[in-house]
Write a protein that binds this ligand. Structure first.
Ligand SMILES: *[C@@H]1O[C@H](CO)[C@@H](O)[C@H](O)[C@H]1NC(C)=O
Ligand SMILES: *[C@@H]1O[C@H](CO)[C@@H](O)[C@H](O)[C@H]1NC(C)=O
Ligand SMILES: *[C@@H]1O[C@H](CO)[C@@H](O)[C@H](O)[C@H]1NC(C)=O
Ligand SMILES: *[C@@H]1O[C@H](CO)[C@@H](O)[C@H](O)[C@H]1NC(C)=O
Ligand SMILES: *[C@@H]1O[C@H](CO)[C@@H](O)[C@H](O)[C@H]1NC(C)=O
Ligand SMILES: *[C@@H]1O[C@H](CO)[C@@H](O)[C@H](O)[C@H]1NC(C)=O
Ligand SMILES: *[C@@H]1O[C@H](CO)[C@@H](O)[C@H](O)[C@H]1NC(C)=O
Ligand SMILES: *[C@@H]1O[C@H](CO)[C@@H](O)[C@H](O)[C@H]1NC(C)=O
Length: 873
C-alpha cells in the first residue's frame, strides 16, 4: 500500500499522473504494456494464457460450490462490483469493493497492515515481522496471527493486508525488509504460513504480499519521468529464493495475494501473465484471488487476461477522478467481448469462494472504524465532493489479552549477540546509567508521526503502511524503572558531559536504525536507507564509543529494521554485551526488562547476517537510483542472498545468520534420522488429477444489466460504479489485439503443479531428524535447533553450502532438563529447481544429502549424512 498520506497532504497528484503504459482507460491494449524501455538482455516474461480456473482443490470445493450457486445468478453489475474498489477514500477502509447485497455480500473491507490494524484505535501494535522471525518460535508466529485476525474481524475487516514475505531482504538497505520474517526463504515461508493459518482461523482473509521482486522502495512505482523498476530474476533464483515463501503461503490456504508495483522481466507484476496465470495459479495452484497494490493497476483488459482479480483501491492512473481501468470500463470490456465472460466468472468466483471459505457469510461484522479520521463523525465517502456524513468510528476495543502475545513475541525475539563475563543478566541492585533517546518515548507524543514517519524515541516499528497506531507504548525506560530504582536515565544521543562512572556502574546504551515505505522520507531516507546506510542513526556509534570510554561495562541495546554495522565498537574492551531487540511494538519495555534482568533467558536468533562491512555484500544488491528510464535491477547474485552469499564468497560476517546466545548453555545429543516417504526417483511422481471447476453459462450478458438507467441511485461523484450510459450501443467485436500466445483453452497441469503450493509429493516428509536438547548450564532457557541442508554436487548445479530448511524451539528447559525435538525435511527441502524439466529435482534416496543442526549457520555441531549415521562434533 502506498501513497495514502501523500494524497492526503495533497503533495503528489502530479506524481500519480504517471508514465503509465496506458493513460487512456478506454483504449488499453496489450502492446502498450510492453512499452518499457531497454529491457535487460535475456530477461523477458513469456506469455501464459489463459488464467487457470480456481476451484479444483478439494479443501476449497465446498466454498466453490457455494460460490458457483450465487455467481451463476449474479448480474454483470454485481460481478464487476466485486472485482473493483469503490475508489480512494470511498468508504471506511483503505480499500473496499462494491457489493452484491442480493446475496448478502457487503462492500468487502480491505485494511493494512502485517503487524496490526493500521489507522485505527483500541488495537494492538504487535511486533513487526522481522521480530517474529527472530523468535524462531512457530507457536508464537501462529498466536500472533490469531490475535491479528481477531482484531481485524472485530473491526469488520474482511481482508487484512498481511503477512509480507517480500521483500525477502535481498538488499540490506531495503526499506521494508522488516515487514517480513528474515533473509531466508524457509524462515519467511514458515513465518508467513503460520501467520496465515492463525489469521484465517478467525475468519479474516489474509493477504500474502508483495508478489514479487519488490526488494527496494525507491522507483518501485512509476512517476512522471520513469516506469517502476524491473526486477530481472532468473527462473531458478525465483523458484528457490523469492517464490518459496509464496508457495508455502498458498499451501497454507492463503485467501488473497497482492501483486507488487514493480515489473519482473519488464512486465508489471499486476499484469504479468507468466507470474500470475503460469506460476501462481497453475504451478502453485492458488485458489484465492489476486489484487493490485494500491494504484498498482495499469491496464484494463490486459490485466484481467493476465490473471488479476481485484483492482485496489479501484482508481485509474489518476486517483480521485472517478476513473478506473475496471468498474464501468470492465463492464464495457465484457459487453464488447474483449474479456471473456469465463474470466470474469472465475475472478468473481475466486473472491466469493474465499469469502465463503473463511465463513464470512455467517455473522461477520461490518466495518466499525474509519481509516480516514479519528473523529467519531465524518463524511462516509471523504473522497467524494459531496458526501453524506455519519458516525464513522465506534472505537471498538479489539485488544483482548493480545498484549500477552505481543510481549511474548517481543521477548522471545531479543537476540543476545555477545555477553562477556556474563555481564548479563543484570542484578536488580546493579547501578545502571542508561543512555540514548531510543530508551524513551517520542517527546512529540505517541503516534505524533503519521504512519510512524519519524525516528523519535524507542523504535517500535519501521514507517509506512505496514504500521499500526500504538494504543500505548511501554518504553525501555519504563520497563527498567519498573524493576530497579538504581537506574539513572540520560535520554540523549550525545553523551552528556559530566557523567562519571563508578567502578560498579554499568552503562546501557540504546541505539537504533530505521527504514520504511517510500512515500515518507525520514531524515533523508526515502524508505530505503539511502542516507543512513547501515550505520546506527543519530550518531549511535559515537554514543556507544563515548560510553565505552567512560564505563568499563557497557551493554548495547539495538532496535533495528535490519543489519547495522557494529565495527566501530563491537570489539572495544568495555562493550561487554549486545542485545538486538528488533522492532518490538507496544511492549518494548517489559519484554526487554524480562531479558535484561534475567527473568527470561534470551532465545532470539538473527534472521539475517550482521556483516563487518557493507562491501561484504555483492555489488548487485545495492539500492539503484537513476532519474530517467526504467531501472533494470538484475539479480546477478542469483541464489546467493544474505548468508548464502557470505558462505559462497567465504566471507566471515560479524555475526552469522541464526546466531543468538543464551544465559545458559545447551547440548545437542542422540541425533537420529528416519526415512519417511522414500525419494526413489529424482523427480516427484505426477500429481493426482485436479478436481473439477465451476461451470457457467459464459454468454455475454444483456447490456441492461449495467445500464445506469436501470438503476435509481443517488450517484456519488467520483465513486466507482459498474454502470454505463447507453451500454446497448456497445457492440461485441473480435478486434482486440490479443498478445502472442493468447488462448482461452485451459492448459494441462504443469508437472510441478497439481496441488496448493505445487505438486503435493513435494511436501512428503522425506527425512525426520530427532535430536535431544539438554540445558547444560545453570539457568533456565529455551533453545532453538536450526536445521540446514547441504545438497550434493550430483544434482549438477552449484548450491549454497548450507540452507535453512527447518527449525524448532524447546519449551523453557530448567538446568539439566532435556527435550527431544523432531525436525521434518520434505522432498522439496532437498531439491533444486531444474530449469530444463521445469520440476524439482532431488538426489535419489537423498544420496549425499547432509542435514546439519545447530545454533546458527556457522555453528552446526550435529551432522547427519543420509544413508549413514549422525554425529555430534
Ligand atoms: C525472466 O527471465 C529469465 C531469464 O531469461 C527467465 O529465466 C525467467 O523465467 C523469467 N521470469 C519470468 C517470470 O518471466
Ligand atoms: C454495487 O456496489 C455499490 C456499493 O459499492 C452498491 O451501491 C450497488 O448497489 C452495487 N450494485 C449492485 C448491482 O448490487
Ligand atoms: C472493449 O472495452 C475495453 C474497455 O474500455 C477496451 O479497453 C477495449 O479496447 C475494447 N475492445 C475493443 C475491441 O474495442
Ligand atoms: C462493530 O463491532 C461490533 C463489535 O465487534 C460488532 O458487533 C458490529 O457488528 C461491528 N459493526 C458495526 C457496523 O457496528
Ligand atoms: C547487589 O547485591 C549483592 C548481594 O545481594 C551484593 O553482593 C552486591 O554487591 C550488590 N551490588 C551492588 C551494585 O550494590
Ligand atoms: C511492572 O512490572 C510488573 C511485574 O512484571 C507488571 O505487572 C507491570 O505491568 C509493570 N509495569 C510497567 C509500567 O512496566
Ligand atoms: C554434550 O554432552 C555429551 C554427553 O553428555 C558430552 O560428551 C559432550 O561433551 C557435551 N558437549 C558439550 C558441547 O557440552
Ligand atoms: C445463457 O445465457 C444467455 C444470456 O443470458 C441466455 O440467453 C441463454 O439461454 C443461457 N443459456 C443456457 C444454456 O442457460
Amino acid at each position: 500500500m502506498a501513497i495514502w498520506s501523500r494524497v492526503v497532504s495533497g503533495l503528489v497528484i502530479f506524481q500519480l499522473v504517471t508514465g503509465n503504459p496506458v493513460p487512456d482507460t478506454n483504449h488499453d491494449n496489450i502492446a502498450a504494456i510492453e512499452r518499457r524501455d531497454s529491457p535487460a538482455p535475456g530477461y523477458a516474461s513469456p506469455p501464459y494464457y489463459p488464467t487457470p480456473f480456481g476451484g479444483w482443490a478439494s479443501d476449497w470445493s465446498e466454498a466453490y460450490t457455494k460460490a458457483q450457486q450465487v455467481v451463476s445468478q449474479m448480474t454483470l453489475a454485481e460481478k464487476v462490483n466485486l472485482t473493483t474498489g469503490t475508489g480512494f477514500f470511498m468508504g471506511p477502509c483503505v480499500g473496499q469493493t462494491g457489493s452484491a447485497l442480493r446475496f448478502g455480500i457487503p462492500n468487502l473491507c480491505l485494511q493494512d497492515s502485517p503487524l496490526g490494524i493500521r489507522n485505527s484505535d483500541h488495537n494492538t501494535a504487535f511486533p513487526a515481522g522481522i521480530t517474529v522471525g527472530a523468535t524462531f518460535n512457530k507457536e508464537l508466529m501462529y498466536q500472533r496471527g490469531v490475535a491479528i485476525g481477531e482484531e481485524a474481524r472485530g473491526k469488520g475487516i474482511n481482508i487484512q493486508l498481511g503477512p509480507a514475505v517480500g521483500p525477502l531482504g535481498r538488499k540490506p538497505r531495503g526499506g521494508r525488509n522488516w515487514e517480513g520474517f528474515g533473509a531466508d526463504p524457509s524462515l519467511q515461508a514458515i513465518g508467513g504460513a503460520q501467520t496465515i493459518k492463525g489469521m484465517q482461523s478467525t475468519g479474516t482473509i489474509a493477504t500474502i504480499k508483495h508478489f514479487i521482486g519488490n526488494e527496494q522502495e525507491i522507483h518501485r512505482m512509476s512517476n512522471v519521468a520513469q516506469i517502476g523498476y524491473s526486477s530481472n530474476i532468473d527462473d531458478r533464483t525465483l523458484h528457490e529464493i523469492y517464490l518459496w515463501p509464496f508457495a508455502e503461503g498458498v499451501r497454507a490456504g492463503v485467501g488473497s495475494l497482492m501483486a507488487a508495483y514493480n515489473d519482473v522481466n519488464s512486465s508489471a507484476c499486476s499484469q504479468n501473465s507468466k507470474l500470475l496465470n503460469g506460476i501462481l495459479k497453475d504451478e502453485l495452484g492458488f485458489q484465492g484471488f489476486v489484487m493490485t497494490d494500491w494504484l498498482g493497476h495499469y491496464t484494463g483488459v490486459a490485466s484481467a487476461l493476465s490473471g488479476l482479480d481485484m483492482s485496489m483501491p479501484g482508481d485509474g492512473a489518476v486517483p480521485l477522478l472517478g476513473d478506473s481501468y475496471w468498474g464501468s470500463e470492465f463492464s464495457r470490456s465484457i459487453l464488447n467481448g474483449s474479456v471473456p465472460v469465463s474470466r470474469l466468472n472465475d475472478m468473481v468466483t475466486r473472491i466469493v469462494a474465499t469469502w465463503y471459505k473463511m465463513g464470512q457469510d455467517k455473522d461477520y461484522p461490518l466495518p466499525n472504524f474509519s481509516t480516514n479520521t479519528q473523529d467519531q463523525k465524518g463524511p462516509i465517502y471523504p473522497g467524494a465532493l459531496f458526501s453524506p456524513s455519519g458516525i464513522v468510528n465506534q472505537y471498538v476495543d479489539v485488544q483482548g489479552d493480545h498484549k500477552v502475545t505481543a510481549r511474548a513475541v517481543a521477548r522471545e525475539a531479543i537476540t543476545l549477540l555477545k555477553n562477556e563475563n556474563n555481564v548479563l543478566p543484570l542484578a536488580t541492585n546493579a547501578s545502571l546509567k542508561v543512555f540514548g533517546t531510543d530508551a524513551g518515548a517520542n517527546p512529540d507524543g505517541l503516534n505524533s508521526c503519521s504512519d510512524m514517519g519519524c525516528d523519535k524515541g524507542v523504535l517500535s516499528m519501521g514507517w509506512g503502511s505496514g504500521t499500526a497506531r500504538l494504543p500505548y507504548l511501554n518504553t525501555p525506560q519504563e520497563g527498567i524503572a519498573n524493576v530497579t530504582q538504581n537506574a539513572k536515565f540520560y535520554l540523549t544521543d550525545s553523551f552528556p558531559s559530566g557523567v562519571t562512572a563508578q567502578a560498579e556502574d554499568i552503562a546501557v546504551v540504546f541505539i537504533n536504525a530505521d527504514s520504511g515505505e517510500n512515500y515518507i522520507t525520514v531524515e533523508g531516507n526515502p524508505g530505503d536507507r539511502t542516507a543512513a546506510g547501515l550505520a546506527a542513526w543519530h550518531n549511535g556509534d559515537d554514543l556507544v564509543k563515548a560510553a565505552a570510554e567512560e564505563f568499563s561495562q557497557v551493554v548495547v541495546v539495538v532496535h533495528t529494521v535490519g543489519p547495522i554495522l557494529m565495527e566501530e565498537w563491537i570489539d572495544l574492551d568495555s562493550v561487554k554485551a549486545v542485545l538486538v531487540a528488533h522492532l518490538p511494538g507496544q511492549e518494548a519495555g517489559q519484554s526487554l526488562a524480562d531479558v535484561l534482568f534475567g527473568d527470561h533467558s534470551p532465545s532470539g536468533h538473527m534472521p539475517y547476517t550482521i556483516p563487518r562491512s557493507e562491501s561484504d555484500y555483492p555489488d548487485s544488491v545495492r539500492i539503484l537510483n537513476q532519474p530517467f528510464g526504467q531501472i533494470q535491477d538484475t539479480y546477478t547474485e542469483g541464489i546467493y542472498v544474505d548468508y548464502r552469499h557470505f558462505l559462497n564468497a567465504a566471507i566471515t560476517p560479524r555475526f552469522p545468520f541464526g546466531h543468538g546466545l543464551s544465559y545458559t548453555t545447551f547440548n545437542f545429543t542422540n541425533p537420529t534420522v528416519s526415512v519417511g516417504t522414500a525419494l526413489n526417483s529424482a523427480y516427484p511422481p505426477s500429481a493426482p488429477v485436479r478436481g473439477s471447476t465451476p461451470v457457467y453459462n459464459n454468454t455475454i450478458p444483456a447490456a441492461s444489466e449495467v445500464s445506469w438507467s436501470s438503476f435509481k441511485y443517488t450517484r456519488i461523484w467520483r465513486y466507482l460504479y459498474p454502470y454505463l450510459d447507453n451500454p446497448a450501443s456497445i457492440a461485441s467485436s473480435d478486434k482486440y489485439p490479443y498478445p502472442d500466445g493468447y488462448s482461452t483453452t485451459q492448459k494441462a497441469v504443469p508437472r510441478a503443479g497439481g496441488g496448493e503450493g505445487g505438486n503435493p509429493a513435494l511436501f512428503d516428509v522425506a527425512f525426520s531428524v530427532k535430536v535431544d536438547v539438554k540445558n547444560t548450564g545453570s539457568r533456565s532457557g529455551k533453545a532453538v535447533a536450526q536445521l540446514y541442508v547441504q545438497l550434493p554436487s550430483s544434482l549438477g548445479v552449484d548450491t549454497p553450502a548450507l540452507q535453512l530448511r527447518q527449525f524448532e524451539k524447546t519449551k523453557i528447559l530448567a538446568p539439566g532438563e532435556s527435550q527431544t525435538l523432531t525436525l521434518e525435511v520434505t522432498r522439496k527441502d532437498v531439491s533444486v529447481w531444474d530449469v530444463v524439466t521445469q520440476d524439482w529435482k532431488a538426489p535419489v534416496n537423498g544420496e549425499g544429502v547432509k542435514l546439519v543442526i545447530g545454533n546458527s549457520v556457522a555453528d552446526t555441531p550435529v551432522v547427519c549424512v543420509i544413508g549413514r549415521s549422525c554425529s555430534v562434533q
